[in-house]
Design a protein around this ligand. Sequence first.
Ligand code: UTP
Length: 234
Amino acid sequence: MKNIVIKIGGSLIFSEDLEINIQQIIKFCKVIKTNQHYDKVIIVCGGGIIARNYISAIRSVHSNETSNDIMGIKISRINARLLMEVFGEIAFPEIPKQFKELAQALLFNKIILMGGLQPGQSTTSVALEVAEFIDADQVVILTNVNGIYDKDPNKFDDAKLIKNLTLDKLQNLIIKDSNEKQAAAGEYRIFDAVSLQIMKRSKIKVYVVSGTNLDEFTKIWIGESDFNGTVISN
Ligand code: UTP
């Protein structure tokens, strides 16, 4: 049996007009329920537009980035709670907020839902930290595009999907992106510096695929190696 960590971006949980994508969450839950090949399953939820809205509102009254991050963490945990309700009795009924609580939750053989852990990072970093902690074989990152592109596919029509990405190439993409926008609460992009460091030391295989259409994720979930998305490895 294998262990897996899945990160579900906040953009999949909420639409841009702030509706909860409940039908999509139910579909995701069905995929997870129908094929249980894994021993330990942890699902980490992002904060999405709700977190960014809260962060930008409080940024107009103070510039304490740690407080802003804490706001993002709280929202990601509420999103995790939402998924926990949809998963019902197969889910562990608490959201672990630290590794000690995660270790205890792991004793119950349930699917574990999580949000953020500490300021200064994204929920992608949480997914990688947790994957390292449970010795996961893979991390799957579900996002609202088909994988990692050479430039933002929402802005550039000629953006190309990168099927295989080395950590060096990923580092270059992160540096290019951070020149345009410094790391700040709510602004950590798919991969931030912390997640890169953890990938380097843990050598966990990371897949980035669409969560809007769950076909590619389903292939990974049932163990197929041929899917459309990005594989990041050493
Ligand atoms: P994310 O930025 O990871 O959520 O967390 P997202 O927007 O859903 O992710 P993507 O963009 O789709 O991949 C929301 C915010 O919560 C704070 C950060 O401010 C982050 O931007 N956060 C999250 C932390 O400070 N620490 C954590 O461990 C997790």
